[in-house]
Each structure stands twice: as structure tokens, then as C-alpha cells.
Design a protein around this ligand. Structure first.
Ligand code: GLC
Length: 540
């Protein structure tokens, strides 16, 4: 496999519980993924990234890890993980696993030991324990909130009910934050990295990479100022101290052969802050959430593409592109909203409903534009079928902690985590052998099932497969972008031998002379590029 594969790879995100269920419990599992490895290779991606499959009480769908070195029985066992890594490698796919270092589950042994050891015991140093404010410590140590809603601190009580210290959890109450100023935490994670590197994984997606270090003294959070700065700003995010952790990890990875890599999930205020994570001795890549959150507007896309290439280029890092993942409204739904880019929050039946016809047309255009860009790109399972979110899930089936912690004001992310439709006429749309699905699938998913699309030249699936094939054959991931002026509403650039044009909200524009159409995201009318359509052209 080519060196520095991460510079131009297309990486397919698998959310294991919703990908493919082999045993009929309604939850996807590792054997289910193994059964689809050939499918993934035929789609034409270069790598897979697996969301967490480790031992977990599943308070946050596995992002609450109780043991980093065990597979949760819901998903299988370590042998399955080994078999999956082997099968993927045999099919030419790299394997990236999720690393969740900001917090553990409260059921992790480290946390249990810390609680049992009592205030000021060395075991407590692994987490952010603190005495409360107020006369009797009855007030939380500061005003930090949980990302999912509600307070960011919870007070512990002794078995007899006496209150004692508080612990920090930037996410759910069952996700206590680790204290990364403690050497024991750092050493423990060196071990976790090695455990999976020894098993052959090609890299790690680093969860909440901007959150590990908290500002000295845990000062109150100036919420208004944070809102002005954008991204996730505040004394818990993007502190300069995180970088020495990533330099340390890079040191560990570099002792292994085979080009292992790190990708940061870091929601920071601007591209120049993100580039700090990508310095030559830190992470290799980072998700480009500014691209995901872009308004449906040609100049906004030009700006974000230019800014990312400049800031990443300055530190020698490739760009990455992403439109959907397990935390945001899928781009078919997002781009079908009246103001795409204003929010990527999940939707419920009481919210404005997206126009999924418009959304799919735009999503296909956005995808073709994305796959025409140089750098590495991320796909989220099911986007190759053009899946929208389930935006009318009954509240009774919701599982995302966001729904509960926000006092039922934010529906959360269940809508983008629906079990995949593989076969239109099978129970559960072929997700599981008996039709069981941990969340219900919306009506529209049957028409989007893989078996309805695989042989249809006009289907979204065919567009993805053809674009991935052409991208690889023409070396687009490693080519150079040059902007082309094709008028205000058109994002147009040359990349290697291909001219990419995306007409965003504009009147039809003529296609240039001397080119032929390689791929298009929708029908082209009489030599013109219609609104919300993208094409790849090559010189005739
Ligand atoms: C990341 C994950 C998200 C999870 C959170 C807490 O943002 O992508 O799914 O809830 O971290 O681990």
C-alpha cells in the first residue's frame, strides 16, 4: 500500500450498532461488519473507521468506555476484532479505531477505584475531582455545563448518603473526565495505543481531542464570550497543553511500521487553531467541521476550502473533507432545510421538516464537489445510499443522552444512527436476519436500500462508486487545486486532469467548450449545469 496513505484516503465511518447485525439482537456487530468487507471494497473506499466497540454500559452508545482492551459482548469479542482487521487488510482496506481519551465510563475500574479510595487519595488524581463551593461544598466547583445539557459536575455520596466531592463530566454523568495532568493517565493510554497498534490497526480517530486539558484552576466559563469566539471555546476546550499529549502519542505511533496515523475530532474556533494539531510531530489529520457546517452558498465554500488549504498547507498537513457523521444531521436532511449551515442538530417531529427531494439533489452535488477536492475525505455509513435522517422518530424510542439531559428540548442524534437498509423486501430492510432493529427505520428507507440502487446507473450509490473509482484512477486526492472563475454561484476548480463545477443556487450556466462530462450529480439540460448540480469534466 502506498506510503502516507492518510494524505488522500477516502475513509468510511462505520457506526457498528447500526451497520449490520449478524445475530438478530437488533444491534449491528463485528461479524456483521466482516460480512460486508467485500461490499466496502467494491464501493471503492480506502479505509474504515469504526466508532467504539469496546466494553461499555452504553450510556453514550459506547463513547463511555469501561475497558479499552475488551470488545463489548453486544458487538462480539476480541477474536472478532482480530478477524475484522485481518479481513479488511486482505481486502486492501486500512482500519482506524476510535480512541476515547477525554473520559471513561463511570463503570471503568479506574473510576470505581477512585471513588472507593475517597477524597485526596492518589487514585482520585486520574479524574477531575474537586471540593464544592459554598459553606458545605454544596455548590459545584465552577459553572461548567455538560455538552449534552445540564450541569457539568455531579456530587458523590458515600454509601450512608453523606455528600462528598464533585467530579467533572463534560458529557454524560456516566462519562467522568480524566485528568490528563496525571502521569498515570498518560501511561495508561500509551498502553491502550500499543494494545491496538499491536493488533494491527492503522490509526486512531481521537474523540474530543480538543478537550483533554482544562485551564489551570478550573475558572468559570464566560459563556457569552465563548459564543462570540465560535467553535467550542472556553476553559475546557482547545487548551495549549493538549499538544504535548499528541506529540507523545506521535512518538508511540512512529515506533511502529506501516504508516499508522491519528485523526483529531477537534471542534475549535478557526482553521489556524486546528492546524496546531497537525504540526509535523503531532496528529496527521483532523476533521474539517467548517466544511460540514458550511452554508449552501458558493462563496462560503470557496472561502472554507481556501482557508483550510492555506492553514493546513502551512504545517505540511493534507486537508480533509466531511459532510456527515454519527453526531450531526445527515447532509441530505441538512441541505434540505431552509437555512442549511445554521445548525446540524437532529430534528424531531415538532421541528421544521427538511425537503428531502431538494436535500438529496444538493447532497449529491455536495458529495461530488467534496470527492473532487484534493486531500482525504470521510464518508458516513449510508450516505452512499442517499439516506436522510429519521426526523420523526417517536420520543419513546430515543436513546441519545442529549434528549434526556436537555430536559427533552434537544432530540439529539438518534435520527442519524438508524440501522442501514440493505435489502428492500427483507424484514428490517436486511439489517438483521430476523428484522430486529434497535431503532425503527423510516418508510422512505426501503426505496433507498442497496439492492434497489446497485444496478441503477442513476442511483446515488452508483454515483458514489463511480466517483470513488474515478477519484482513485485519476489521483485526485493527491493532485493540486486551481480555482477557476465560472461566475458567482459556481464553485469551480481544476484538480489534476478534472474540472469540478458545482452550481449552488444559481441559474443554469453553460458548460465550458472543449470538455466532456465524466460524472454528474443530476441531469444536465442542453449543455448547461442546472442549479444545485455538480459535474466532473475532462478535456475532450
Ligand atoms: C464525540 C463523539 C460523540 C460522543 C462525544 C463524547 O463528540 O463523536 O458521539 O457523544 O464525543 O464522547
Amino acid at each position: 500500500m502506498p506510503a502516507e496513505w492518510w494524505r488522500d484516503a477516502v475513509i468510511y465511518q462505520i457506526y457498528p450498532r447500526s451497520f449490520a447485525d449478524s445475530d438478530g439482537d437488533g444491534y449491528g456487530d463485528l461479524p456483521g461488519i466482516i460480512s460486508k468487507v467485500d461490499y466496502l471494497a467494491s464501493l471503492g473506499v480506502d479505509a474504515i473507521w469504526l466508532s467504539p466497540f469496546y466494553l461499555s454500559p452504553m450510556a453514550d452508545a459506547g463513547y463511555d468506555v469501561a475497558d479499552y482492551e475488551q470488545v463489548d459482548p453486544l458487538f462480539g469479542n476480541l477474536d472478532d476484532a482480530d478477524r475484522l482487521i485481518e479481513a479488511a487488510h486482505a481486502a486492501g482496506l486500512r482500519v482506524v479505531v476510535d480512541l476515547v481519551p477525554n473520559h471513561t465510563s463511570d463503570e471503568h475500574r479506574w473510576f470505581r477505584d477512585a471513588v472507593a479510595a475517597g477524597p485526596r487519595a492518589p487514585e482520585r488524581d486520574m479524574y477531575v475531582f474537586h471540593d464544592g463551593r459554598g459553606e458545605n461544598g454544596e455548590l459545584p466547583p465552577n459553572n461548567w455545563k455538560s455538552v449534552f445539557g445540564g450541569a457539568g459536575w455531579t456530587r458523590l455520596h458515600r454509601p450512608d448518603g453523606t455528600p462528598e466531592q464533585w467530579y467533572l463530566h463534560l458529557f454524560d454523568v456516566k462519562q467522568p473526565d480524566l485528568d490528563w495532568s496525571t502521569e498515570r493517565v498518560r501511561e495508561a493510554f500509551d498502553g491502550v495505543l500499543r494494545f491496538w497498534l499491536d493488533r494491527g490497526v492503522d490509526g486512531f480517530r481521537v474523540d474530543v481531542a480538543h478537550g483533554l486539558v482544562k485551564a489551570e484552576g478550573l475558572p468559570d466559563w464566560d459563556v457569552e464570550q465563548a459564543a462570540m469566539l465560535g467553535g467550542q471555546s472556553g476553559p475546557m476546550w482547545d487548551q495549549d497543553g493538549v499538544h504535548e499529549i499528541y506529540r507523545r502519542w506521535r512518538g508511540v505511533l512512529d515506533t511502529y511500521d506501516g504508516d499508522r496515523s491519528l485523526v483529531a475530532e477537534a471542534w475549535v474556533a478557526d482553521p489556524s487553531r486546528l492546524a496546531l494539531y497537525l504540526r509535523p510531530d503531532e496528529m496527521h489529520t483532523a476533521f474539517n467541521f467548517q466544511f460540514l457546517d458550511c452554508h449552501w452558498d458558493a462563496s462560503a465554500y470557496r472561502e472554507v476550502i481556501t482557508a483550510t488549504m492555506a492553514s493546513n498547507g502551512a504545517v505540511g498537513a493534507p486537508t480533509t473533507w466531511v459532510l456527515s457523521n454519527h453526531d450531526v444531521l445527515r447532509h441530505v436532511s441538512r441541505l434540505g432545510m431552509a437555512d442549511p449551515g445554521s445548525s446540524h442538530e437532529g430534528l424531531g417531529m415538532r421541528d421544521e421538516q427538511p425537503d428531502h427531494v431538494v436535500g438529496l439533489q444538493r447532497a449529491r452535488a455536495a458529495t461530488l464537489m467534496m470527492l473532487g477536492l484534493p486531500g482525504s475525505a470521510y464518508l458516513y455509513q449510508g450516505e452512499e445510499f442517499g439516506l436522510p435522517d429519521h426526523t420523526t422518530l417517536p420520543d419513546t424510542v430515543r436513546q441519545d443522552p442529549t434528549w434526556f439531559r436537555s430536559g427533552h428540548t434537544r432530540v439529539g442524534r438518534d435520527g442519524c444512527r438508524i440501522p442501514l437498509p440493505w435489502a428492500a423486501d427483507r424484514p428490517g430492510l436486511g439489517f438483521s436476519p430476523n428484522g430486529a432493529t434497535w431503532l425503527p427505520q423510516p418508510d422512505g428507507y426501503a426505496d433507498l436500500a442497496l439492492d434497489r440502487q446497485a444496478d441503477d446507473p442513476a442511483s446515488t450509490w452508483t454515483m458514489y462508486r463511480d466517483a470513488l473509482g474515478a477519484r482513485r484512477d485519476l489521483g485526485l486526492g493527491g493532485a493540486e487545486l486551481t480555482w477557476v472563475d465560472a461566475g458567482e454561484p459556481v464553485v469551480a476548480f481544476d484538480n489534476g486532469p478534472v474540472r469540478v463545477m458545482a452550481n449552488i443556487l444559481g441559474a443554469p450556466v453553460p458548460l465550458p467548450d472543449g470538455y466532456r462530462v465524466l460524472l454528474s450529480s443530476g441531469p444536465l439540460a442542453g449543455g448547461t449545469l442546472p442549479m444545485d448540480t455538480a459535474v466532473w469534466l475532462s478535456r475532450a
